[in-house]
Design a protein around this ligand. Structure first.
Ligand SMILES: Nc1ncnc2c1ncn2[C@@H]1O[C@H](COP(=O)(O)OP(=O)(O)O)[C@@H](O)[C@H]1O
Ligand SMILES: [Mg+2]
Length: 332
């Protein structure tokens, strides 16, 4: 669906904002690009629809190299790429109906077809009763729903979201993310979203990459990266998830040695591997905490356990767990 090849972006003032970006997003994915402020996220997403031309490299969307298209063809392809923004970018002089209709007017839809299409879109985003309201009369969440309806007006196959929930409170963020997920499913859209909020990625993305100083430093399935983040910047981003109580529990232990976190995913979550390990190695363990997180539709179980036994046996236990596909982290 989207392929970026060797993208470089050097702004006219000489600032090297993107360095050799290679990215592939498959059709039907919700792909999250996460990074701290200034990492190059907005530059990158604007390159995908060529709002920002890359200095070099190829931008291929739906098998077309956008930089090789004529102006007219590019405008047409852009209509198939919807985009929403942090601050909604609605026209204050037009009501909800008018804001959505605007996207169709630009695409030169026949007047007679515009009304029914706008009504369909209002229904899709749950705003049928607000069609005569002006942006100033809407909440942030409602404004973003209007923006989503407008972005979907021309039946795009790709939706780009630039920090779409960053101006919203937690509850509204959840409802907008749910709407995006439902719409993605219903319309079989591909979605690329950029954010600095790791919980947004956890909530709706299936694949992700981490961008830092204009470079993609880590990439993979959301599940893989959450279980086993490799880069410091990824670990730091993930640390913004609500804290677990593990640290408190460990602090209270008199003997803090041999404490491990073991992480189970998918099919392993339902196997009695810890009890098998206890029998096999004749070892005692003390379970200090346990929790199950849901990342996408996969359950990830975390157990913090303290081994009671000699180090050689503990090492054998850890090796055995790893052969069973369990991730372990040494804590103390
Ligand atoms: N038009 C521009 N000219 C020069 N530098 C820019 C321009 N736009 C953005 N930058 C710089 O590029 C870097 C990445 O910006 P941006 O893509 O907006 O990051 P993000 O969205 O991750 O916060 C920043 O250091 C920013 O100052
Ligand atoms: Mg930005």
């Amino acid at each position: 669906m989207v392929k970026l090849k060797n993208i470089q972006k050097i702004y006219p003032n000489g600032f090297h904002a993107l360095k050799n970006i290679n990215l592939e997003v498959e059709s039907g994915e919700i792909y999250g690009i996460i990074g701290f402020s200034g990492a190059g996220k907005s530059t990158l997403i604007r390159i995908i629809n060529l709002l920002e031309p890359p200095t070099s490299g190829e931008v291929i969307v739906n098998n077309k190299d956008l930089s090789k298209l004529s102006k007219k063809d590019l405008l047409f392809e852009r209509q198939k790429i919807g985009m929403i923004f942090q601050h909604f970018n609605l026209l204050s002089s037009r009501n909800v109906f008018g804001n959505i209709a605007f996207a169709l007017e630009i695409a030169k839809w026949e007047k007679s077809k515009i009304k029914s299409r706008v009504e369909e879109l209002l229904e899709l985003v749950g705003l049928s009763d607000k069609k005569d309201y002006y942006p100033s009369q809407l909440s942030g969440g409602q404004k973003q729903r209007v923006a989503i309806a407008r972005a979907l007006a021309n039946h795009p196959h790709l939706l780009l979201c630039d920090e779409a929930t960053s101006a919203l409170d937690t509850k509204t963020t959840k409802s907008i993310l749910k709407l995006l997920k439902d719409i993605q499913h219903k319309l079989n859209l591909s979605v690329i979203l950029i954010t600095h909020q790791i919980d947004v990625v956890r909530e709706i993305c299936n694949k992700m990459c981490v961008i830092s100083n204009g470079e993609i430093v880590e990439e993979g399935s959301v599940e893989e990266i959450f279980i086993n983040p490799k880069e410091e910047v990824t670990k730091e981003l993930i640390s913004f998830l609500p804290p677990t109580r593990d640290d408190n529990i460990i602090d209270k232990l008199e003997d803090k040695n041999n404490v491990y976190k073991v992480i189970f995913t998918g099919p392993n979550a339902s196997k009695p591997l810890i009890s098998q390990m206890i029998k096999k190695f004749n070892i005692d363990v003390n379970i200090l905490s346990g929790s199950i997180d849901e990342v996408q539709d996969t359950e990830i179980g975390h157990l913090v356990i303290k081994f009671l036994g000699n180090n050689a046996v503990i090492n054998d236990c850890i090796k055995w767990l790893e052969t069973k596909g369990i991730t372990t982290q040494f804590l103390h």
